[in-house]
Write a protein that binds this ligand. Sequence first.
Ligand code: F6P
Length: 384
Amino acid sequence: MITYEHKRIGVLTGGGDCPGLNAVIRAIVKTAYNDYNWEVIGIEDGFEGLIQPGKVRPLTPADVRGILPRGGTILGTTNRANPFHYEVEIDGEVKVFDVSDDVVRHAQVLGLDAIIVIGGDGSLRIAHELMRKGLPVIGVPKTIDNDLSATIITFGFDTAINTAMEALDRLHTTAESHHRTIILEVMGREAGWIALEAGIAGDADIILIPEIPYDIEAVLGKIIARHRQGAKFSLIVAAEGAYPIGGQPVYQGVREIGGVKRLGGIGEIVAQEIRERRISDVRVTVLGHLQRGGSPSAFDRILATRFGTAAVHLVAQGKLGEMVALQGAGVTSVPIAKAVAQQKLVSLESDIVRTAFDLGICLGRKRAELEAEFGLPHLGADET
Ligand code: F6P
């Protein structure tokens, strides 16, 4: 029988939540106990749990029983606790501190041999910086936005696009009945994956993504062309980060302490243009955090579970600083530094964009313009 040196590993979930986080936590705990007989310590609320006292607790197989189908994260999370830029409000004034050394010390005091950080590009970037200060980290990528380049796909994305697709199916029937244009605004700050894939799966006519600043005339032209062809309704999916040529993404309100500025409102802006030109009745639905909540799909449960088990094996192999990733050959690992170096954006040369074009979906610009601007092969004519 192989015996392994005893280890105590920490696990935290950072950044925005997504379906599948609990599946990863469960897989980590089960693998650590079943395969290695190691202890697992749960760290609450992302890196906040290593900044504030009293936010760690042991996680045993009994603690993770039944959590596989549950959305969210039993450990809690935050997208506001960057230890290198920790913002605190003191007497009405926001002060910034670098508490990264405290985080590393806290992990040492807890006797952690490794910390598995389940996070998106923001949390993984922080993990990488902390690694350079001596924190022994392993990364697990998560994000509904699917914008991490080192992995073919992140868990959470599949559930999110299914939620958005279902919303489109529902909007389709009411749009058609009322002869309306309905705009569904979905998440996606800089990457349009949710809008593009949910839009194709949900039969959208127009998809607006941050990678292609849109021309409102192309959008209006598509709705008018559909009317001429007898389709008196249209479905538009707009990523929250979409914006017009020469314009800017739309932000909401003031930035929360420690957070980034929230996007939102592009759907209403596009609706206003349609209204003003009296092209059709128009309604807007903002899907918001419905995309982040709820039970993970089978695909996400399986991928999250594979990532969780693989992360523990990386600890056993001493591969600190690596992140699990899904690549052609299956689940493998890449250096976290490499994983966060480049964001995965929608490429205009990808087959999925070509598919959208082939279906006659308007991506916010006239095809000929996109072909000329991005040096693409001739993709066919616009509908007129
Ligand atoms: O990173 C995922 C994401 O869903 C973005 O698409 C979105 O802008 C952001 O989270 C919203 O996060 P929150 O409302 O939790 O601050």
